[in-house]
Design a protein around this ligand. Structure first.
Ligand code: SAM
Length: 437
């Protein structure tokens, strides 16, 4: 028997159609992190350092002052070619400018497309979010670690840091107020699984919107934070990030932003009919809690069931994506999961144009979130080579989807999966095997 052939029910070799190898990327792309430097009291070893090391960059290249766990620096220095060159868009695509009612803010100086870079910069400081007492300095309060970090800044960085806004006013020492107002979560870095946070000279100037048009990510190779567009931004428009209240109701968001950042949000979601917006965010929030990431059962049933409408999955996906579009809220894991399902369904239906269209959109959003296309470019380039290409079309023409341990493929047969299930036949499994993520 040839490779790619196997016995059908009656023992006759069946014609097999091997599927393509390109995987449809699966979400979520990155964990959400809460921007805070708040400490705990556990005993862990942290130390101060400057990255990239002085001798590895040019004299004018910015450096970041860091408070890191022991062992992290070695891991970072072991990254091949570290530090990768910091390529800053020239001329700049942003401007820091006064915004009525919101202090300073950032506006675009050119039209910016989804996924495009707006700003890249080495942070002024980076620290583990949990700033714990060191073994040999057990009595030091986490705040003192932050003080020492700030005191180590060079003259220019020190001035840049103290020029940042402090929304806490005089209720705290200035440097802790600045850190609390401006820190952004940057996830984990090599050698440390906990969350880290950064304060940036430019990106920390971006104001908040509950319908943010930009988001940031940290690239360890360049040791820089990149701010990228989540929505198309027109020249002159303000660049907004989200301070971390995406899925709450309007009232909850307002309360949080007022307490933590001392302002009343007037973004479109807070100004529009809040009931409708709250309903939509509730739908998004519910979708984010249901773990459909590893559950393709509905897709699998649809692929194999000729009686189900061709557009069943498409309708469901478009309904959810319309909600994300209406709220201008592409939060993870929701967008990744629904784009994935949508593209799989279009692939299954052999709709090349729509696969390309949605895979290209997903590539742009991925660039915004994780600074690379996450595998979507390959899908957009060659839809026919994806694993899901033609699955539904084959089912419609009487080809059954069968399982084959580490792969799955089609057999051309006379009965559809329902007939086989009804007749108790065991050789045909009517679902696509679950792939572990
Ligand atoms: C990280 S800073 C952003 C930059 C800040 N506007 C500045 O002048 O440097 C956060 C502070 O900006 C202000 N802010 C941010 N978003 C705002 C908004 N949508 N409306 C009004 N003020 C806002 C608040 O004072 C908040 O505490």
């Amino acid at each position: 028997m040839n490779r790619g052939q196997r016995l059908s029910n009656n023992g006759v070799p069946a014609t097999t159609t091997r599927r393509g190898k390109i995987k449809i990327p699966t979400g979520p792309l990155r964990p959400e992190s809460v921007p805070t430097f708040a400490g705990d009291d556990s005993q862990t070893n942290v130390f101060w350092t400057t990255l990239p090391p002085y001798d590895s960059v040019g004299p004018d290249e910015p450096l970041t002052h860091c408070l890191l766990r022991v062992g992290v620096k070695e891991k970072i220095l072991a990254i091949p070619g570290f530090p990768h060159p910091l390529i800053v868009p020239d001329p700049p695509r942003y401007k820091i400018t006064p915004i009525p009612g919101a202090g300073m803010g950032m506006t675009a100086t050119v039209d910016i497309d989804v996924g495009d870079l707006i700003v890249v910069e080495r942070p002024l400081i980076i620290s583990t979010q949990v700033v714990a007492a060191m073994g040999d300095l057990p009595s030091l309060h986490p705040k003192e670690f932050q003080r020492m970090l700030v005191e180590r800044l060079n003259k220019q960085s020190y001035e840049d840091f103290f020029a940042l806004h402090n929304c806490k006013g005089y209720t705290r020492e200035n440097f802790t107020g600045i850190i609390d107002t401006n820190s952004i979560g940057i996830g984990n870095i090599p050698g440390y699984n906990g969350q880290c946070a950064a304060v940036c000279k430019l990106i920390s100037r971006a104001n908040h919107s509950c319908c943010n048009n930009a988001t940031w990510g940290f690239r360890v190779e360049t040791f820089a934070v990149e701010l990228r567009a989540l929505l198309p931004i027109k020249k002159g428009e303000q660049v907004f990030v989200n301070y971390g209240t995406k899925l709450d109701t309007r009232a909850e968001r307002q309360q949080y932003l007022l307490k933590r950042y001392k302002f009343n949000c007037t973004c479109p979601a807070c100004s529009s009919d809040s009931e409708e917006s709250d309903q939509m965010r509730l739908m998004i929030e519910s979708a984010s809690r249901i773990n459909i990431c590893g559950d393709e059962s509905a897709l699998r049933r649809w692929v194999n069931d000729r009686t189900k409408a061709d557009d069943l999955i498409l309708a469901e996906c478009h309904a959810m994506i319309n909600v994300l579009d209406a709220e201008r809220l592409y939060c993870e894991p929701v967008w990744t999961v629904w784009y994935e399902r949508l593209v799989k369904a279009y692939c299954a239906l052999e709709d090349e144009e729509n696969v390309r269209k949605w895979a290209e959109k997903a590539a742009k959003l991925s660039r915004a979130y994780v600074l690379h296309d996450a595998g979507w470019d390959a899908v957009a380039k060659d839809p026919k080579k994806t694993e899901w290409w033609g699955l539904r079309a084959n089912t419609r023409s009487g080809i059954r989807l069968v399982e084959d341990l580490d792969n799955f493929h089609f057999e051309r047969g006379t009965m559809d999966s329902n007939t086989l299930r009804d007749s108790g036949a065991g050789a045909v499994i009517s679902t696509v095997p679950v792939r572990m993520r």
